[in-house]
Design a protein around this ligand. Structure first.
Ligand SMILES: Cc1cc2nc3c(=O)[nH]c(=O)nc-3n(C[C@H](O)[C@H](O)[C@H](O)COP(=O)(O)O)c2cc1C
Length: 291
């Protein structure tokens, strides 16, 4: 539900009144989505909702614990004060991990998908159809977007259009090939999606923020495809914004080509490998600090 007057594209969902008038008709994709969102919020088993439920259940235990703690606190007050003073005097305290996390990245399907996502460089020929792509795009349009400017779009490249991309890349690189030879790079997948950052002028949203939103759409696309069972790899290269390549994608002057998503089926051998081993995640401490 966008409240922004400047939205470039409107929601496909009918307004509430219209959908109420059509209540007896079969459920639309929008109704299904709304129900899913509602179910997620009401029945979510992770996050603050679950935390609150757990807290209510153990409220009685907490009261008892608090009473015995109160006695102990008097004794340890002096020690706590010293510790607090030390903490304050430290220039950088670092994150506080003394309270354990209630987040379960294995049990939660979304967190699990995020944490296991992999790029697949060699995908197989089967691809999502354009209707599948439309649903994926519908899904990822939830990307965080300052002022709802929607500064991104995708271009579908299939079949012979991949040859046109190869020719444009050759032109950009100044490469001339022998008759019959072609640039095979765009043929590494049957389906490519080009991501275009498409910023508009806004006094409150600088261009870099709009590029960040477009990049976010790219990352969500990779995740959504992964979760839907498709393989994908984001590739850019140094020629993406050369004139010949920009011309082929019919970019406006202020638009930026952010690369291509090479999409296809996940090879069976890759699935087998994934079933037996997962890539270890990097140490999160390198990404997290306090002021
Ligand atoms: C904007 C962007 C452009 C990229 N361009 C290329 C590229 O041209 N060639 C390449 O080999 N990897 C490229 N990558 C990296 C791969 O997509 C991929 O993330 C990397 O191989 C690591 O694999 P992983 O995603 O499984 O961690 C790019 C990634 C991003 C985000």
């Amino acid at each position: 539900m966008s409240k922004h007057k400047n939205s470039k594209r409107k929601s496909d969902c009918p307004s509430k009144k219209k959908s109420q008038a059509k209540r007896k008709s079969p459920e639309s994709a929008c109704d299904v989505t709304k129900d899913r969102v509602r179910a997620h919020f009401l029945d979510g088993e992770t996050g603050p909702w679950a935390k609150r439920l757990a807290e209510q259940a153990s409220a009685a235990d907490e009261v008892a614990a608090a009473e015995s703690e109160a006695a102990a606190t008097a004794d340890s007050a002096a020690t706590a004060e010293t510790a607090a003073a030390q903490a304050l005097s430290a220039r950088r305290r670092g994150p506080d991990y003394s309270v354990p996390s209630s987040i379960d990245i294995v049990a939660d399907p979304v967190l699990h998908a995020i944490s296991t996502r992999r790029s697949i460089s060699k995908v197989e020929s089967e691809t999502p159809n354009d209707s599948d792509l439309r649903e994926i795009i519908r899904t990822i349009s939830s990307v965080a977007d300052h002022k709802g400017l929607r500064p991104w779009r995708f271009i579908i490249i299939r079949g012979d259009d991949r040859h046109r991309l190869g020719a444009a890349l050759d032109e950009a690189a100044g490469v001339t090939r022998k008759p019959g030879e072609i640039n095979e790079k765009p043929l590494r997948a049957e389906l490519l999606l080009a991501l275009v950052a498409s910023p508009s002028s806004n006094p409150k949203v600088p261009e870099w923020e709009q590029h960040a939103t477009a990049a976010g759409a790219g990352h969500l696309l990779e995740l959504a495809l992964w979760q839907a069972g498709w393989g994908v790899m984001w590739r850019s290269g140094t020629l993406a914004n050369e004139p010949a390549v920009r011309r082929l994608h019919r970019l406006e002057a202020d638009e930026l080509l952010m690369g291509w998503f090479y999409i296809g089926a996940v090879p069976e051998r890759f699935r087998e490998r994934m079933a037996h081993s997962t890539r270890p995640l990097p140490d999160p401490d390198q990404f997290l600090d306090t002021l």
